[in-house]
Design a protein around this ligand. Structure first.
Ligand SMILES: O=C1O[C@H](COP(=O)(O)O)[C@@H](O)[C@H](O)[C@H]1O
Length: 314
């Protein structure tokens, strides 16, 4: 079987590195949609038991099937908690299986992974088990500033001792259609060889963890509101040539692949995402123009990591 998506070893070796908001107590959190389950005051309060001082966080009960929603006082607190969540899952799955399959998006998510490459996780995580994939990629050379691979390499992959052959980037020498087909072939091979799990319910690849951001318009991966790609039911990896957000040519996992996941973490920070987040987490539905992020419903667990600006309209 001919495919080329694993050809990243040389890139990993040769790529060059390119070149807090004020906190407020969460006891004041009000929400039209949620019940606050736990509310902790600021990190700086001496009266808080130490076990809660790692991150200032409110856990709120989301509507049915919307998963577990955590709201953090700051993006820094969010990053601390995201690192622990990811490392805990990595440790659990690495003990059970030979591989821990992790899918990442591009964008702001990547910076929110920064605590994972620091102590204690840099030493405690078994990075040799990690297999890294992209939920979407821009069809540009790997050293192009728009490349999701370049961003991940610069901020994350270059800082962890992951075997180069466990990083599955797209073949940037191909067209968008060619790169999508190639990536799908690669993933099919990894499912066949049991490196990636497979959903018994749907037959789609079942990744252990997808770490994704969302766009201010409610897009996830390269699935944009109103675009026909959101309706894809058969393909595992699709191509798009008219992305409303530049660059126009991209590849993306389809929604059924995203929703076959064992765990999805949606990471959302900043006031610019507050409106999309409100729509995503509300029970209201507008059948004509459903936001892609609202369609995220994994077979496994869904977790939301929000900062208070992103959660400001909930
Ligand atoms: O274009 C993209 O945008 C989304 C969101 O990016 P963000 O910077 O607003 O967080 C990202 O998740 C996706 O991977 C990327 O290709």
């Amino acid at each position: 079987m001919a495919f080329s998506c694993r050809a990243v070893s040389s890139n990993l070796r040769t790529l060059q590195n390119p070149s807090s908001p004020q906190s407020s107590p969460y006891t004041t959190l009000t929400s039209r949609f949620f019940t606050v389950k736990h509310a902790f005051t600021s990190l700086r309060s001496n009266s808080i038991p130490q076990k809660f001082t790692k991150a200032s966080m409110a856990e709120i009960r989301a509507p049915k099937n919307k998963g577990n929603v955590k709201v953090f006082d700051t993006e820094e607190d969010l990053a601390v908690s995201l690192a622990k969540y990811t490392a805990d899952l990595s440790n659990k799955i690495s003990q059970e299986r030979d591989s821990f399959t992790v899918v990442i998006s591009g964008g702001s998510l990547v910076k929110s992974l920064r605590k994972l490459v620091e102590a204690p996780y840099i030493d405690s995580v078994d990075w040799s088990k990690w297999r890294v994939f992209w939920v979407d990629e821009r069809v540009v050379p790997k050293d192009h500033p728009d490349s999701n691979y370049l961003l991940a390499y610069t901020e994350f992959l270059s800082k962890i001792p992951i075997p180069a052959g466990n990083v599955y980037s797209i073949n940037d020498a191909l067209s968008a259609e060619g790169a999508a087909d190639d990536y799908e072939t690669c993933i099919k091979h990894l499912v066949k060889t049991q490196i990636i799990d497979q959903s018994k319910a749907t037959g789609f690849p079942k990744f252990d963890l997808m770490l994704m951001g969302i766009g201010p318009d409610g897009h996830i991966a390269s699935l944009f509101p109103g675009h026909p790609l959101v309706q894809e039911k058969e393909k595992w990896v699709c191509s798009i040539k008219d992305s409303p957000k530049p660059p126009p040519e991209r590849i993306s996992f389809s929604l059924p692949v995203i929703n076959a996941s064992a765990n999805i973490a949606l990471v959302v920070a900043g006031a610019g995402k507050a409106t999309a987040l409100r729509t995503a987490l509300s029970d209201e539905s507008n059948a004509d123009d459903v936001l892609p992020v609202k369609l995220v419903a994994p077979e496994g667990e869904l977790s939301w990591f929000l900062d208070k600006e992103a959660a400001s309209k909930l």
